[in-house]
Design a protein around this ligand. Structure first.
Ligand code: GLA
Length: 383
């Protein structure tokens, strides 16, 4: 059965319109493109002596840096409407920052992104127990998830631009999950200003798999301390309401007539002010209008000050839209800046939270002999 079962929905005119605009931006980018480059710099060592490298992927306009520790995107430099470059993701200046405790800045999250209720699930008659690292629940792969391991790297020149493939084999029983799971992630910076992430995985025992990237975007760049003035559009008619530990209730609710209706460009701060949750802000899984699992536009973000635009397309059925509600000044990031609440947004393309305990949600179980794949594309432009 397809991983994208029974969630039928009709792609809206919005999606078609924005897909067309993506294509136009892409063409413009391609015409101006210079040759891409790929380089590697030393990033440091883990406490147990493993070497960590930073891969730098460039296309002449945008530069993306990816660390082999955690398969973490440490930096994305893109021009504003005047051509001025700035880094649009939160993170740290050096490896030491990433080795410490932090809320998944830029990280690859897995084996199961998002929450598993009470850290428990039953598969093929066997109950599995995971560490609970988020109140009563398991979050983002556990105590030592994919964000905290060193990945093997392979440099590639794909037809699309400079690429690096990161691979990791998660052993049977790691963090409580069944089966040896081999994962590879191909990061590519294309000539038309896209950062493409293609995930693949195979297992030798049935296991839940849900892979995502946890980049925190602020399109205003390093000195912009809020995303309240950014405008967001999500291609989602429905969302999954949650309990007070952020576990879905199981309901798939329409966004119409609720503050979760982000189908038209919406100023994020004003909309956050209509929410009641604490800490205040969005931290919800939206059900994308993407019934066939084809690469489809999920989100469009615009920063009116810099003119930067980010579009996110994905093959996944959901996106966790998170507005950095838990940032509270304790994480000191790039340039020593203390990251504040609502300083960034995450658009974590994924299967729905706690899917393994909700048979009515799209399936996250990967069986031996089957291939897991997910593709997410971030397109940068200006207006
Ligand atoms: C995800 C979760 C949030 C929070 C962040 C990390 O986005 O949904 O609740 O845990 O990760 O701080």
């Amino acid at each position: 059965m397809s991983r994208f079962t029974d969630l039928r929905g009709r792609a809206s005119v919005f999606a078609v319109g924005l897909l067309l605009s993506t294509a136009v931006v892409g063409l413009t980018g391609a015409m101006n493109a210079e040759a891409g480059t790929l380089s590697k710099v030393a990033f440091g060592k883990t406490p147990d002596g493993k070497t960590v490298d930073l891969y730098v992927l460039q296309n002449g306009r945008i530069t993306v840096k990816i660390s082999t520790y955690g398969a973490i995107i440490t930096s994305i430099e893109v021009p504003d409407r005047d051509g001025k470059l700035d880094d649009v993701v939160l993170g740290f200046d050096d490896l030491t920052g990433y080795l410490g405790k932090h809320p998944y800045f830029g990280a690859t999250v897995g084996r199961v992104a998002n929450r598993v209720a009470k850290g428990k699930f039953t598969l093929n008659g066997h109950e599995y127990t995971l560490a609970t690292n988020n109140g009563p629940n398991a979050l983002h792969g556990g105590l030592k998830g994919f964000d905290k391991v060193v990945w093997k790297a392979e440099e590639l020149e794909s037809g699309d631009g400079p690429s690096v493939r990161l691979s990791y084999t998660s052993p049977d029983g790691e963090e409580g999950y069944p089966g040896n799971l081999s994962v590879s992630i191909l990061f590519t910076v294309t000539a038309d200003d896209k950062l493409k992430i293609e995930y693949a995985a195979e297992t030798d025992k049935a296991t839940p798999v849900n892979l995502s990237n946890h980049s925190y975007f602020n399109l205003g760049g390093k000195n912009s301390d809020t995303i309240r003035d950014h405008e967001i559009t999500l291609n989602a008619d429905r969302y999954t309401p949650v309990d007070d530990t952020l576990i879905p209730t199981g309901e798939i609710a329409p966004v119409a007539d609720t503050p979760y209706d982000l189908r038209k460009p919406t100023v994020i701060g004003a909309r956050i002010d209509r929410l009641q949750n604490e800490p205040r802000g969005f931290d919800h899984n939206f059900v994308l209008n993407n019934p066939d699992g084809k690469l489809t536009l999920a989100a469009h973000v615009y920063d009116p000050k810099s003119g930067r635009v980010l579009e996110v397309s994905t093959t996944e059925p959901g996106v966790q839209f998170y507005t950095g509600n838990f940032l509270d000044g304790t994480d000191k990031g790039k340039g020593g800046v203390a990251y504040k609440q609502h300083q960034a947004i995450c658009l974590e393309t994924q299967h729905f939270p706690d899917s393994i305990n909700h048979p009515s949600f799209p399936n996250t179980v990967l069986e031996p002999g089957k291939k897991f794949s997910q593709t997410t594309v971030y397109t940068f432009s200006t207006r």
